[in-house]
Ligand binder design. Structure first.
Ligand code: APR
Ligand code: PHB
Length: 389
């Protein structure tokens, strides 16, 4: 087989790139290791920056998102019994959209099927060959048969555990990582959200987050130990602990119910450099991971897709490789700023096992400065709504 682009990974990064390229007549085959239902079964976040939203619109996949998403003009930060609001619109003129990653991935799959673009599911033994040559090709097993696709470019959108990053020689690749000494226990429930905006809470018992998927479906998180197991937490234990970590007036209004999903996610900051090796381009989780505190996971994937999509268009439409030649530099410049914001909010909002009195005072001073200083709120809001591409 031959395709201009081979996209490895059928998650939001790969699908969004595939849809954007399809609309420009650039053909791209998506290779996905799992099934569509498996990919859609993963519960992920759901706060979208304007940059991501505009890419979905450019890809022609925004109808349901525009109809069902919720606009958030700000967020609430709680510290013990104290809480304050950061007004995104007042500070930046922009807001964010709340729309589940599962839903937008479903929309992308529907759009891909509707336009007849090719997606191969249940592929295995994916090997990237000749990425450092002018004639790369990908081999893989599909439906029990060895297959090969010759292509011009490969987009590695196969997440943190994919093959793409591993294809870049260690002599070329440099990795940066910070692992946090705690996780997030998340719970999804068909209950009305406790507040119309997100609440990020730093309590003496640890971090908590109140988020939502709709006006009838909520998503909550509490900081937990990495040795915890989700099955050791009954729903009642979760709700009781969440209440303890929210200001009393908020805790009183919390509507609880049976969990639909409950899982623990570790927190990690990770970046690999460079994000390009010859004809191979890494996008999204394949190249970088952020702790979820800044809601940047999906949005950093979107900026990668923006730079690669424009670089490939420039290559195919103008025979100019400037965009793809600068892809890694441009993508990383924005990624590191998102990494900084995600690390900074994680340090400000969580309780670390080795914190001493001075550390706690520093956290309080950080939060009080954010509460009381307009410029600090502007910096927070500017990063939260998303830095320009
Ligand atoms: N071959 C084919 N597909 C693969 C392979 C492989 N060897 N390895 C992994 N995949 C697939 C996975 O099954 C998954 O569907 O690649 C896809 C990668 O998708 P994601 O992990 O969702 O990564 P990405 O598309 O970059 O989305 C980033 O996901 O984890 C969240 O917070 C993160 O929101 C961010 C978003
Ligand atoms: C979520 O809704 O799952 C969510 C929202 C904001 C975050 C992280 C997760 O920072």
């Amino acid at each position: 087989m031959r395709s201009q682009v081979v996209i490895i990974g059928g998650g939001p990064s790969g699908l969004l790139l595939g849809q954007l390229l399809h609309r420009k007549g650039i053909d791209a085959v998506v290779l996905e290791r799992k099934t569509r239902d498996y990919v859609l079964g993963r519960i992920r976040a759901g706060v979208l920056e304007t940059g991501f939203v505009n890419l979905m619109r450019e890809a022609g996949v925004a109808e349901r998102m525009d109809a069902e998403s919720i606009v958030h003009d700000g967020t609430v930060i709680a510290y013990g019994e104290d809480q304050f609001r950061v007004d995104f619109v007042e500070a930046t003129g922009e807001s964010v959209l709340v729309y589940g990653q599962t839903e937008l991935t479903r929309d992308l799959y529907d759009a891909r099927e509707a336009c007849g673009a090719e997606t191969l599911f249940n592929v295995d033994n994916v090997v990237i060959n000749g990425a450092d040559s002018d004639a790369p090709y990908v081999t893989f097993t599909h439906e029990g048969t060895e297959k090969r696709i010759d292509c011009d470019f490969i987009a590695g959108c196969d997440g943190f555990h994919g093959v793409s990053r591993q294809t870049i020689p260690l002599t070329v690749r440099k990795e940066y990582e910070k692992v946090y000494p705690f996780g997030w226990l998340g719970l999804l429930s068909d209950t009305p959200p406790v507040h119309e905006e997100l609440i990020y809470s730093n309590s003496e018992r640890g971090f908590a987050l109140c988020s939502q998927r709709s006006w009838t479906r909520s998503r909550y998180y509490i900081q937990c130990s990495l040795s915890d197991h989700a099955e050791d937490w009954s729903d009642q234990m979760f709700w009781d602990e969440l209440r303890r970590r929210l200001p009393a007036e908020t805790a009183e209004t919390l509507v609880t119910g049976p969990s639909i999903e409950k899982s623990i996610a570790p927190l990690r900051s990770f970046v690999t450099e460079p994000m390009r090796w010859g004809r191979l381009f890494l996008c999204g989780d394949a190249a970088h991971i952020v702790p979820p505190t800044g809601a940047k996971g999906l949005n950093t994937a979107a900026s990668d897709i923006h730079y690669l999509y424009h670089g490939l268009m420039q290559f195919y439409e103008e025979k100019d490789s400037e965009g793809i030649d600068r892809y890694s530099e441009k993508a990383l410049a924005r990624i590191w700023k998102a990494e900084r914001f995600s690390w900074n909010t994680t340090m400000m909002l969580h309780r670390f096992p080795d914190m001493n009195g001075f550390d706690l005072k520093m956290q309080r001073a950080d939060l009080e400065f954010l509460r009381d200083n307009h410029d600090a709120q502007k910096v927070f809001a500017t990063n939260y709504v998303g830095l320009p591409f």
